[in-house]
Every structure is written in C-alpha cells, then in structure tokens.
Design a binder for this molecule. Sequence first.
Ligand code: 13P
Length: 251
Amino acid sequence: MRRNIIAGNWKMNYNLSETEDLISKLVSGLKDEKLNCDVIICPPFTSLSLASSLTKSSNIKVGAQNLYFEDNGAFTGEISASMILGAGCEYVIIGHSERRTIFAENDEIINKKIKKALSSNLKPIFCVGETLEERESGITKEIIKRQVVNGLKDITEKNLENIILAYEPVWAIGTGKTASPEQAQDVHNFIRGIISNIYSKSSAEKLIIQYGGSVKPDNAKELLSQDDIDGALVGGACLKAESFIAIIKAS
Ligand code: 13P
C-alpha cells in the first residue's frame, strides 16, 4: 500500500518573514491532524534553514527545488547537495519543467542531478511532463518514456526506492487547466509500466507517483482517488496555508 505524499513547490516566492508566516500557519493548522499522507514543503534556498528549524518537531518535511551535480568549486550561483543536506533537507525537486525549459536542463543533466542527490542521501522528486504541443501531436507517451528512461539511466533498483516521481503536464502548470483524473491516471499507469519493464513489477508497485499541475482544494480529491496517483506536487495553491492544508486533508 502506497502512502500519498503532498509536496508544495514554493518556486521563487517568499522571503524569510513570509516563510516564517506561512510555516507557522501550516504547523499549527496540521499539528492535531492525523494525516493520511506525508507532507513536504520546498521553499527557495534562502529559506531552507529557517524552514527546517521551524518544522523540526512537526509532521512537515523540507525539500529544495534544485541542486547542482558538482560537489563544490567555481560554479557561481549554484548550490550543492551537501549544502542542501546541511540546511536540513530530506528531499530535492529535480527536472521541474521550469528548469527544463527556462534553464535548458536536459535529460542528461537531470540524470546527473538525480544520481548526485541519491549519493548524498537526498530523495529526489523527479519531474516529467509533456508540453501542450507534444500532447496535441499525440506523442505524450513517447516524451514521458524518454524522460523517465533517460532520467533513471544507471540508477539501481535499490536506489529507486528513494525516488519520488512527479508527472506534471507542462500545459497544466500555473494555467488553472488541470489534467482530467482520467488523463492523469492514464499517464501514471503508463509510467508504472515503464518502471516495471526497467526494474520489476514490485518496484513499480512501490513507486510513489505524484501528479502536479493546477492542483487545488476542489480538484484534489478526485485526482488523488485515482489508482496510480499517489500524491500531489502543488505550486500556486501551496502558497496559502488554507489551500495547502485543504489539499493535504483531501488526501
Ligand atoms: P501549479 O500548481 O501552480 O500549477 O504548479 C505546479 C507545479 O509546477 C508544481 O511543481
């Protein structure tokens, strides 16, 4: 039985005081709840240490939104896995479509980042998803397969246990246009099939596959009730305690 994981990707939002404000609302709003899911928040790098200390004795875990695959050196503006770990993180988002499109990250870079996260004891939240053009051209599954296979290249079955996959159709991100529960379920089931082929049926059954793309309190329940959807990666709706908590409770 897979346990849902609801993660909030804050993207490039919130300074330290805004971080403190949102986390204090989340911690108090969730403290007496018996949750059916695990909860992760992924604030910007500058807020990670604060987020880790504010969530220390709560049921909320912390992740980063990216890392660089080198250990240290002349890589101006980049952040290493050990820095993220030192800031108290357990998770790191890798391969988000905004990284792929705006910052030109390809499958090879993403694969290196996943490997670096794993070898540093960080759990990657590995994102895949097709653009609208790709969906309309009927090549969604081809794209997803390429991203999954290349992203997981040379990653062992044992290491796969520490990876969360997130299916985020690019056309559904920040657009208010969610994939229908059937569209999302179809791709999630397809991803599980790919994992089964690369690794094994039992690894595929254990893998957590989150859905992301305009998840809101009013559509979360239906999406999360699909057989192969094991949680959500939430953008806009995680920036307000009320809506993020409502999604967590829908799980
Ligand atoms: P929205 O929920 O704002 O569509 O963003 C989804 C996302 O990109 C999460 O990583």
